[in-house]
Design a protein around this ligand. Sequence first.
Ligand code: ADP
Ligand code: GLC
Length: 483
Amino acid sequence: MNKILYISSEAFPLIKTGGLGDVAGSLPVALCKQSQDVRLLLPAYPEVLHNIAKSKIIATGAYYNLSARILETRLPGSNVIVWLVDCPAAFNRPGGPYTDHHGQPRHDNALRFAIFCHAAVDIALGRLALDWQPDVAHCNDWQSGLVPALLSLHAKRPSTIFTIHNLAYQGIFDRRTFIDLHLPEELWHIDGLEFYDQFSFIKGGLAYADKITTVSPRYAEEILRPEYGDGLDGLLNSRQQDLSGIMNGIDERQWNPGTDQHLKQKYNRRSLAKKSLNKSDLQQYFSLPVDDSIVMIGMISRLVEQKGLDIILESLATLVTYPVQLMILGTGETHYEIELSEWAQRYPEQFKVTIGYNESLAHKIEAGSDIYLMPSTFEPCGLNQLYSLCYGTLPVVTPVGGLADSVTDASEENIKNQTANGFILKERSAVALLAAIQHALALYQQPKIWRQLQVNAMSGDFSWKVSAERYIALYQQTLDERA
Ligand code: ADP
Ligand code: GLC
């Protein structure tokens, strides 16, 4: 049994803005199930404090003259012990984890997450008299990037793993910020935290962690190339020996159509006919024509460039001429919110857009749709296409990252050998997106084939079991190599 400090800036159900929340809320549970001794470390945002039943103070300290406490609680619905970095001046504010209530990045994010990282380092080095010290510090995304860098300065330290959930978010600040945070000057160089004269949090993970992982094997290959490497492909190539891709799993307690409490009608692959009750429920709820012969296309997403909104917007004028209903739930960049809402106002009989974050509606859309849209420009793993597969809702995706690793195109050959479970765009363009949707519409008219595709999709194993085993093997490998 190894002791793992799992460090994340979000974890469902305490706080979530995207897939990192899902992963950090479920991988630690899977690790515990496989006998790892895990502590999940999170910042104590107001939403987190609101969502926990009770907590106790287990340590106190101060960072940058701001007082802080470590609180202990449990991840709701599990036995996972959660430690919260409760520094009210940094974290107890209205708004999201990274943005203020106008959706703007907080001006002091570098300070906030430097505090989070220092607290993690103190725990990792046993400085808080907690009677528990990790063998491995498992960091996630830029918000915990300073942890491997700071730990690298100590001979006696835990092993460090850094998981890239999204290379596009790097935590870049200026040199002044680095100085003001009193970070060790020896970390400031081109192979360290410096990135073109700027200060990069993510490089702390990429340059100093013992091992680097990404959330799908395909993305681990892609980021070695300039198109996907976001300026870090050179560094990643130099660390290729230590880089691997481990596919995300899904939390089957939350995402299982057979037990999903959010659904009008639960179903599984043996009772697939019942799935359509969720579709009529959605159609009624949104005052759309209730008709099972109309194909319902769903999408739940952060509304950002990554998710392929450009080609979706480009396709809409043609898409609304097809016999389809389209439902998008999302929040993000204002121009996308406005443009999508305008289209929805123009075509109220076909197109519904809900701007905002709504967990329950997300489940209803996954279950009620026939097709799920995810034409991302890049996708480190993607969870929604995995949820869609489990819900028998066939994903239409670009052949990138975790989408390529999980979706098999409904080509004639793949239909025949019963591996097809979705639709892959030939290239990333509006024309290819419309062609893939037309292909899906044509197969929807052939119920036997459609049913088989759904069964193929629902038969896949997307549980955490295998991936958690891979992480455990990697933890052990790192420990052995450093012994
Ligand atoms: P990413 O992490 O890049 O946003 P993923 O597909 O990995 O993409 O995960 C997104 C997660 O966030 C899914 O659980 C999805 O259902 C959820 N999500 C995204 N936007 C919303 C929203 N507006 N309302 C509810 N859930 C959302
Ligand atoms: C990121 C990626 C997404 C991935 C998620 C969880 O937000 O954009 O592809 O599924 O992290 O790892």
